[in-house]
Ligand binder design. Structure first.
Ligand code: ADP
Ligand code: MG
Length: 487
């Protein structure tokens, strides 16, 4: 049954979407009208639940009319953590963290409490790789953290990710060249390293060479100086897969460009895979000759767009899990991850940096991570990422949502019907603006900052205990963000 459901999903959704969301689902149990599925991360689970819950249950019900419920579990990756050299069968069975049901609600976030501690994934330590080509000093070492497993896929990068995967999995040349482009910190280098690791894992006999355009130039200039250009050419022209990162670097550098172009042509003519990245599309590469630009666009040019809210949240969850698995459990309230995803929009590197800073700060001062603390720690970062949602806007939306009068919500009334929306509005004001607690209090009919603190705590508690409240807050935040949460 599961195989048929999967096959139908595959057919309906297409390769890329299927691979991003469904490929890693495991069936862990069927019975009693229930189906239990396991996925590797919370992000995938949440995404499945919010986007595909209905489709999944429909498809499954067609296979098995007795089905009444689908449960999606998050399993920690015990199995994958085992060194590659070990027998895969000998790996411990995945342990399951508490279930989230399609009709259920997630408990507050205790990141990977159940996860075993482990160090960086084994398959990637360079010493194990038979092909030590990069150690010859020609290429650059690969970062063990930059793998496909660690890459979170969303709308903005799904094309680039799918293309990268295709190239990494193919046994011969596919898109040539594969040209990945996008703004800084959006994952180009990550994808290139991931391709390299994957090819080495699957086809260790293929010679893969990764280096930055800068390093390419440096090597070339050195070769010129030592009159050693023959050896230089030889090095590059004997590889099966050549990756050059940040090719915009060679714009304006005429002789390097020329040499790059020859190398590039030679490899393509000999049917070797070439992968290039840049911060802009081939046609926008100023300072690079027209014939080179046009040739760069011959294969597939895949762009990576700025992240959207969903993807940022997914990345944060994955990073938090990864941190927890390395350093032991860290409890990061959902509200804090959402806050970061909402407010740090510039690029993934900053997003990661912000999370690390908050976690490091909390552990240094020995206090639990809270929204308030995160805002304090990140004040300067937040200023640059300002989203400019006003407290007034929040109040208006919240009042509308709960169908209470704005004036009542801001008044001194204590009736539950207005007090709760008021707390939600305070909570969102804290989460979505940079206003201080006293400032927020003042905007709510001149209340004291301790009232705001109390409201924030209360809503945090309620969100953890009551899925209805959790959804309300989530929905409101998305509405305030505009549209479906995309930035
Ligand atoms: P670029 O080369 O495009 O400037 P990088 O590949 O260096 O960006 O990415 C910057 C940081 O963000 C890296 O630490 C990378 O691991 C992380 N990152 C970017 N995109 C993702 C993603 N989709 N999932 C997980 N991490 C990501
Ligand atoms: Mg880069």
């Amino acid at each position: 049954q599961w195989r048929r459901v999967r096959a139908r999903l595959h057919a309906e959704l297409g390769e890329a979407t299927f691979n991003s969301w469904f490929k890693q689902i495991e069936l862990v149990g069927v019975g009693d009208g229930r189906v239990m599925l396991a996925v590797p991360t919370r992000f995938i689970r949440n995404w499945l639940l919010s986007h595909y819950a209905e489709r999944l249950s429909t498809l499954w019900s067609e296979e098995d009319p007795a089905l009444s419920r689908i449960e999606v579990l998050v399993h920690t990756r015990a199995a994958e953590v085992a060194p590659v050299a070990a027998e895969p069968q000998a790996a411990p069975a995945p342990t399951l963290t508490p279930a989230a049901q399609i009709d259920g609600h997630a408990a507050p976030r205790h990141v990977a409490q159940a996860a075993p501690r482990f160090t960086a994934p084994q398959p990637t330590s360079a010493s194990q790789i038979p092909n030590g080509f990069e150690d010859a000093g020609v290429g650059a070492p690969l970062d063990p953290r930059l793998t496909f497993d660690a890459f979170v896929v969303g709308k903005s990068n799904e094309l680039a990710h799918a293309a990268a995967r295709r190239v990494a999995e193919a046994t011969d040349v596919t898109f040539n060249p594969l040209f990945l482009y996008g703004g800084v910190g959006l994952g180009k280098t990550h994808l290139m390293h991931a391709i390299a690791w994957e090819i080495r894992r699957r086809q260790p006999e293929r010679k893969v060479l990764y280096l930055s355009a800068e390093k390419f130039m440096y090597q070339f200039v050195r070769a010129l100086r030592f009159k050693d250009t023959m050896a230089f050419k030889q090095q590059f022209r004997t590889v099966d897969v050549l990756m050059i990162d940040d090719v915009q670097f060679i714009s304006g550098k005429d002789s390097t460009q020329e040499e790059f172009f020859h190398t590039f042509n030679a490899l393509i003519d000999h049917n070797r895979q070439v992968i290039i990245s840049a911060d802009r599309s081939p046609s926008d590469l100023e300072g690079i000759e027209e014939r080179i630009r046009s040739r760069l666009g011959w294969g597939l040019a895949a762009d990576i767009h700025p992240t959207d809210y969903e993807l940022r949240l997914g990345i944060l969850q994955a990073k938090a899990e990864e941190m927890a698995s390395r350093n032991g459990p860290v409890t990061i309230p959902d509200g804090v991850l959402e806050f970061l995803a909402h407010r740090i929009v510039s690029n993934v590197r900053e997003l990661e940096g912000a999370l690390k800073r908050v976690v490091a700060y909390a552990s240094l001062v020995g206090r639990p991570i809270t929204l308030d603390m995160s805002q304090d720690v990140l004040r300067d970062l937040l200023r640059c990422n300002d989203r400019k949602i006003t407290i007034e806007e929040i109040q208006r939306r919240v009042a509308e949502y709960y169908n209470v009068r704005l004036a009542d919500m801001l008044s001194a009334r204590r009736a539950r019907a207005v007090a709760r929306p008021r707390q939600v509005a305070m909570y969102l004001s804290k989460q979505l603006t940079t206003r201080s607690l006293p400032e927020i209090g003042r905007k709510f009919g001149g209340r004291d900052h301790t009232t705001v603190i109390h409201a924030v705590r209360k809503i945090d508690e309620l969100r953890a205990a009551d899925s209805g409240m959790d959804e309300d807050v989530d929905l409101l935040r998305r509405m305030l963000e505009g549209g479906n949460g995309a930035s």
